[in-house]
Design a protein. Sequence first.
Length: 227
Amino acid sequence: MEFKNSTFIKLLIVQCLSVFGLAQNFDFFYFVQQWPGSYCDTQRNCCYPTTGKPDTDFGIHGLWPNYNDGSYPSNCDPNSPFKQSTVSDLISNLQKSWPTLACPSGNGLSFWSHEWVKHGTCSEAVLDQHGYFKSALKLKAQIDLLQILLGAGINPDGGSYSISSIQNAVRNAIGSTPGIECNVDASGNSQLYQVYICIDTSGSSIIECPIMPNSDRCDSAIVFPAF
Ligand code: 5GP
Ligand code: 5GP
């Protein structure tokens, strides 16, 4: 009887911990947007989606749960596959704001599915599948990165800009310093590839980044290529 009771209590504790863990098993989100010009002008090239060339604008890459130490959870729920039917009302907005540029050309479903399975399942206790995509689309609408940069004289014209000028422009507009990730174009120039903005665990408010993503591939001045 005593044995049974203690086993029961242990089970109860494990259950409670997993519920608490699930309730907030990450510290913040990175909201990551990619510049299509920089995805496409590398040696690897890109393929436009089946719906046509995306807008000349930043596109969503993902909304990524992260830990304050820089590590992150991934693939958290094998029992939660991406289901198109849960986001059917969002598809046209996803096509516009979250276009896929990988080859071969696709309609976006495999990109969104990858992001849900790898990242979205790790914030499932906060945002269900519809909520996850809706939150990312809302953040995209709220944070008009291209307009912010244009307003600061930072244009996608092949010119070079310092990382700090890009970070300052965004900080002045949204009150938080973004992380910058670079990649390398086909001629070997370091260029603006992705912008990381930190978001609270509810997926709605911009916060100061607890830790910046790696920007090792950025030179002190980076190219902002056309698209
Ligand atoms: P890469 O190695 O190209 O920088 O990143 C590959 C993939 O790893 C990203 O697309 C993303 O799914 C994941 N990843 C890379 N860095 C981070 C990070 O700092 N936080 C999170 N949550 N995911 C990351
Ligand atoms: P992550 O880097 O988020 O782990 O994975 C990105 C995955 O999504 C890769 O397998 C990549 O081929 C696919 N993918 C599809 N479209 C895109 C796109 O437009 N940008 C990026 N970065 N990855 C894409």
